[in-house]
Design a protein. Structure first.
Length: 296
């Protein structure tokens, strides 16, 4: 025990001084941590505070001095609500805090001074996210919401997402417009010009990439169905490669592509010289859904 005491009081004599120096830092961190936490919470709350009331929102209004005014109302298409005693009040474009001040001002003029009014938004305006996302559906716009934020809420893009998405938006004149956004610009290159702010009633559609089939038969190593994504497409050389490549007995100069004409329904026959295509003398041929390739 004495040896332990001697060792502590000898080799570790400098420790109390370092501990004394560290103590104010610990106190400072302990004091500032609640402030940091409050700041982070405030960042999460800000979007709700900034949210502007719009048509079809559901508001819960409470007036402590006049319980008869307590009610839950839905905002009409013209952006107004009808309240007991007060009648029609325009609310569209106001935040919850802005509406609280407006109602308190009206009450000051008509009924009671210094009224305590609270407005709680029970239901927000929504947008639709459809197509190649993890959780398609309707999503509330809780404060300013960007395209990337709503995609994240919808579970992110699925593997079947095509190269573009479309935002359909209703204008003030009732006409719908279409905004086309390339996913590479948004997700890969991170171009924030394409990370647009959403508006109520927007419809975000991410087309689902369909799996399509062509058929490769004859002198290939694994004849049968060859699948490809419609957005990627497939060429003759690629299809034959996916079928294992040609055998040593293949007559590359006599490849035949059979295609059904979509307009007339008749069968078309397209001859191809695979050898010349591989040598770069001829351009590779893009295949279509249902094409049958025969390597003699």
């Amino acid at each position: 025990m004495n040896k332990a005491i001697i060792a502590l009081s000898g080799s570790n004599m400098a420790r109390p001084k370092r501990m004394m120096m560290a103590f104010p830092l610990v106190c400072f961190m302990a004091a500032i941590f609640p402030l940091c936490l409050a700041a982070s919470l405030q960042l999460e709350i800000l979007p709700v505070i900034d949210y502007k009331i719009g048509a079809k929102d559901v508001l819960q209004i409470t007036v402590f001095e006049l319980p008869e005014l307590n009610q839950t109302v839905r905002v009409s298409e013209d952006g107004s609500v009808s309240l007991s005693l007060l009648g029609k009040v325009d609310v569209a474009g106001l935040t919850a805090q802005g509406l609280e001040k407006k109602l308190a001002s009206i009450l000051d003029q008509k009924y009671t001074k210094n009224a305590h009014v609270t407005v709680f938004i029970k239901e927000f305006q929504k947008v639709a996210v459809l197509g190649a996302v993890g959780k398609p559906g309707m999503y509330e716009l809780v404060g300013p919401t960007s395209l990337l934020q709503i995609i994240a809420q919808a579970g992110g893009l699925s593997a079947q997402a095509m190269s573009e998405l479309y935002v359909y938006r209703e204008g003030t004149d009732g006409q719908r417009s279409k905004i086309t956004i390339k996913l590479d610009d948004l997700m890969v290159h991170g171009n924030q010009d394409f990370n647009i702010d959403l508006q109520p009633k927007d419809q975000i559609i991410i087309p689902i990439d369909q799996m399509q089939n062509v058929f490769v038969y004859g002198e290939v190593k694994t004849p049968g169905v060859v699948q490809f994504l419609s957005s990627k497409g497939i060429t003759l050389v690629q299809a034959i490669a996916q079928a294992g490549g040609t055998t040593e007995y293949a007559k590359k100069s006599g490849v035949m592509i059979k295609r059904r004409d979509k307009r007339t329904g008749k069968e078309l026959k397209i001859r191809a010289n695979l050898k010349y295509i591989e040598n770069g003398r001829f351009t590779d041929i893009t295949l279509e859904e249902g094409d049958v390739v025969i390597v003699p």
